[in-house]
Design a protein around this ligand. Structure first.
Ligand code: SF4
Length: 165
């Protein structure tokens, strides 16, 4: 099953999706995961179920009435954050649980509501197929220069290789 992080990376960069999924982990990426964990523990100290593990594959930060919640540091990756949330809503719906999503951005102090539509469901199904296709590739998809690259944990890895070409 596709994880929430994989769905997020799919939206950001398919090369990143491939590298991450093949276990090529960068220390910086690990630090960010730990940072996110500390962040949500601070954000939801009183919620009993801070983390909900769905089918041992993806973790939801918190279940809060009709909403599931995610907390992010900033809204720089808002599109990918929204898509990841839609994926969670989609997976929950498949299990008969209908929810809406809330994404809180601590830096901007704002919260976005995410509602899953039929069109979103089709888009998610397409994305799942595409993720499996990318993961079957024998080597990572080629480097595409993105404005996000300098902030990516794989930046040095990708651009060092490019320099050798
Ligand atoms: S550095 Fe750029 S191309 Fe390389 S994995 Fe990251 S986002 Fe993708």
């Amino acid at each position: 099953m596709v994880s929430g992080v994989q769905m997020h990376y799919y939206k950001v960069c398919k090369r990143k999706l491939w590298l991450f999924s093949k276990g090529i982990a960068m220390e910086e990426e690990h630090d960010r995961v730990v940072e996110g964990k500390i962040l949500h523990e601070r954000a939801y100290p009183r919620l009993d179920e801070r983390e909900i593990l769905v089918d041992h594959t993806f973790k939801l930060d918190a279940l809060d009435g009709e909403y599931i919640r995610e907390i992010k540091i900033s809204s720089k990756m808002a599109d990918a954050d929204r898509f990841q949330m839609l994926y969670y809503l989609y997976e929950l719906k498949k299990r008969g649980i209908i929810k809406k999503g809330l994404i809180s951005y601590t830096k901007e102090r704002k919260t976005e509501e995410v509602v899953l539509t039929e069109n979103d469901e089709k888009e998610i199904e397409q994305a799942i197929k595409e993720i499996y296709r990318v993961l079957q590739l024998p080597s990572p998809p080629p480097l595409k220069k993105l404005t996000y690259c300098p902030k990516c944990a794989y930046y040095e890895f990708c651009y060092a290789l490019e320099g050798d070409e």
